[in-house]
Design a protein around this ligand. Sequence first.
Ligand code: ZN
Ligand code: ZN
Length: 245
Amino acid sequence: MLASDIMFKTVYDGLLDLFFPRNCLVCRGWHPSTAELVLCPQCLERIPANSPPFCSHCSRHLPARTDDGLCGDCRKNPPAFDQAWVAARYEGLLVELVRQHKFSGKTALRRTFAHIILAFLRHYKITLTADMIVPVPLSSVRLRERGYNQSLFLAQALGQYSGIPVRTDILERPSASLRQSGLGRKERFTNMQEAFRINPSVTLQKRTIILVDDLLTTGATASQAARTLKEHGASTVTLLALAAA
Ligand SMILES: [Zn+2]
Ligand SMILES: [Zn+2]
């Protein structure tokens, strides 16, 4: 880096701090790393990490190890993805941050969410290998409401980290997909059939895919997306998600 670049960056950062003081979004305290992540290290630590024992299929935290290594849901109704990694538990501070992110457009939180998922991968020494990274798309109606797709931002961060190409032209979500709130678990599942389709001009034969989602609630959406990818020839679908409820 040239000295002039450094100088520019310093002056620029100084001006930014002057006009947009970047204190921790939660405790309002300041720490050098806060500028990068919006949260200070103490508040970051309050985000409940996903911890072992993990369900060997969906990676949700198990209260105690089970004989087959699976959680009850995966035993009864195995998801269509082959494996999953979930970085955090959707509880406490994370619930509040996700809500802020969705409804008050605090887009700076994106970097914090990406940080959480990358820190998890580093901590468990998980190496990402796949032909492509595919974010779970939002329907165009949802996208218009929210203005952005959180899963896409996570996918881009994972792409930068791993060097694996991010493909947004593979999986499509027709806007006719029905609203799911207010439906029971079973109905949700049925409702999701047909919810995704594959761009007819791409081929997925024997491709390995990392599917990226932000939050897993029942896991039905991610499972349906994985099923659609596999029905069109994908050999392995690994799910990576920020958090699971
Ligand atoms: Zn803080
Ligand atoms: Zn499971």
